[in-house]
Design a protein around this ligand. Structure first.
Ligand SMILES: [Zn+2]
Length: 505
């Protein structure tokens, strides 16, 4: 029997029967470390302090008290201190990697990890185990060993179509991090909107538009939660707003014109600013659902110019992507594109973001690419609140039907598109069933395909526990998916209209 509903379910959990009471001694957070391991070490401590403060309401004066203990005996034994929380950076084995952890509860709680990210994820698991009742803070005794199946565990929100406030984005990043997601993809530009402030082209913006300072704050907030914010600037299609503001760069249809040299210098200037704001190793340049004007004289002249060169790219689109890839590489970053143009030629050092119906991420990886799986059939959040919508994600895997490991397959990502305009950004979360989907996604990208051996009904019990425990003030539409749900949650009503926006951090 589960002693606590954990999402994502860890790789190995042993419940040892007892319950540890952290209130017995003066509550304190004790960081046991031979030496401090740089600034990111404290992110785990801060996350633990936030979790305890949130649960107990204890003030900063009462809790936590930070003690940094350098005790070789504890380091060697790796055993929890009675009634205390310990965070210990130590070699726990190669298989745990940088994101894995060992969590031991009883008589105290001790998180051990190879690296700060692992400590942070151990704290997220511990957070889901803590209970506060009658003034007592406790957790069930256990030994947990855990590490992720995939290094890329992402979620995207579309700010191009619907602007979302920085506060709103920070809130979603905090929730994603609690479920061990580590990439937050901002889709900053689209047909109707350009939401990235460029200092070189100050008129290029659709209100409301993020300032670079606002975006830097979001990046810092995410970094403290081990989340990378990946920016996407859509090109050369999906860019009506851009073309209205920069009409001289338009092709004969609604795309940017790859025959115009000024386009490349303009996009380079924009990407230089993007790279300056976002330290992400990856920059997404879109390139989906786009064809150039067939009657464009500039495009025709450009193709004549390049097609007589040896080893030229096979298409004008491939040429455009190669040029932009060179720009991104000169900035020291890696290009990500949607998989639309794969058949038309894309350099092998570009990461392919696979989404199209019928595409197969492991096959793209077998071609020699690094791949992110966001198959629209499974992890596009805008595909309706069908009766099975959460189960569908739960039964999916970034590796599809292929046995792990799949070299080149980075992981998976959910895509929260919301094409219709909204008045209230929280409508996006409600309409998409964002949180139920996010939790199923988090389970699968952390656990990998083997975790599907756990029946959906068992996951659903945990999901409902999380809904009641952590999402009671947030939209969490969850239609009936199993028989079990009918009995236990009779009378539960859709939250529309009764929830209130959460307090901002
Ligand atoms: Zn053109």
């Amino acid at each position: 029997m589960q002693q606590a509903a954990l999402i994502p379910l860890p790789r190995s959990v042993q419940w040892t029967g007892d319950v540890t009471d952290f209130s017995r001694l003066a509550p304190r957070i004790q960081i046991v470390a031979p030496e401090m391991a740089g600034p990111s070490f404290e992110f785990a401590y801060e996350a633990l302090a936030r979790a305890v403060n949130e649960l107990t309401g204890w003030t900063a004066e009462e809790f936590p008290v930070l003690e940094i203990v350098d005790d070789p005996e504890i380091t060697a034994a790796g055993s929890p201190l009675e009634g205390a929380f310990g965070l210990l950076l130590t070699d726990i084995g190669e298989q745990f990697g940088e994101e894995g952890y060992r969590l031991t509860v009883g008589p105290g709680a001790l998180v051990q990890a190879n690296a700060p990210a692992g400590l942070f994820y151990g704290v997220q698991t511990l957070r889901q185990m803590l209970r506060f009742e009658d003034g007592r803070l406790s957790a069930p005794c256990c030994v947990i060993e855990d590490w992720p199946a995939f290094p890329w565990r992402g979620i995207m929100l579309d700010q191009g179509r619907n602007y979302q406030s920085p506060e709103f984005l920070r809130r979603q990043i905090e929730i994603a991090a609690r479920y061990k997601l580590n990439v937050f993809h901002l889709h900053l530009t689209e047909y109707p909107g350009w939401r990235f402030e460029t200092r070189a082209f100050p008129h290029l913006k659709t209100e409301p538009c993020y300032t670079q300072d606002e975006l830097r704050e979001i990046v810092d907030y995410a970094a403290a939660r081990f989340v990378t914010v990946m920016p996407e600037i859509e090109m050369p299609g999906h860019c009506t707003a851009f073309l209205e503001l920069m009409p001289h760069l338009k092709c004969t249809n609604d795309t940017m014109c790859p025959g115009n040299e000024e386009l490349y210098s303009t996009l380079q200037t924009i990407l230089e600013e993007v790279a300056d704001v976002f330290p992400s190793p990856y920059i997404h340049i879109g390139t989906d659902e786009c064809e150039f004007g067939s009657d464009c004289p500039r495009c025709q002249a450009k193709w004549e110019e390049i097609s007589c060169q040896p080893d030229h790219p096979p298409t004008l689109m491939a040429y455009f992507i190669s040029r932009m890839n060179e720009v991104v590489k000169r900035l020291g970053r890696t290009t990500v594109t949607w998989n639309d143009q794969l058949d038309l030629g894309i350099p092998k050092d570009v990461v392919i973001h696979s989404w199209k119906m019928g595409s197969h991420a492991p096959s793209i990886a077998a071609m020699g690419y690094r791949v992110i799986n966001s198959h629209s059939r499974d992890v596009y959040f805008d595909h309706g609140l069908t009766p099975e919508y959460v189960r569908r994600i739960y039964e999916w895997s970034p590796s599809e039907d292929v046995t792990m490991p799949v070299p080149g397959l980075l992981g998976g990502q959910g895509e929260a598109w919301h094409d219709p305009p909204v008045e209230d950004e929280w409508q996006i979360i409600e309409d998409l069933g964002f949180y139920p989907r996010l939790l199923a996604l988090a389970e699968r990208v952390w656990q990998g395909p083997d975790g599907r051996a756990v029946p959906f009904e068992e996951f659903e019990e945990r999901l409902l526990d999380h809904r009641d425990r952590y999402f009671s003030r947030l939209p969490f539409p969850y239609p009936e998916q199993t028989e079990n749900w009918k009995d236990r949650y009779k009378g539960w009503t859709h939250p529309r209209g009764i929830w209130t926006p959460p307090a901002q951090d």
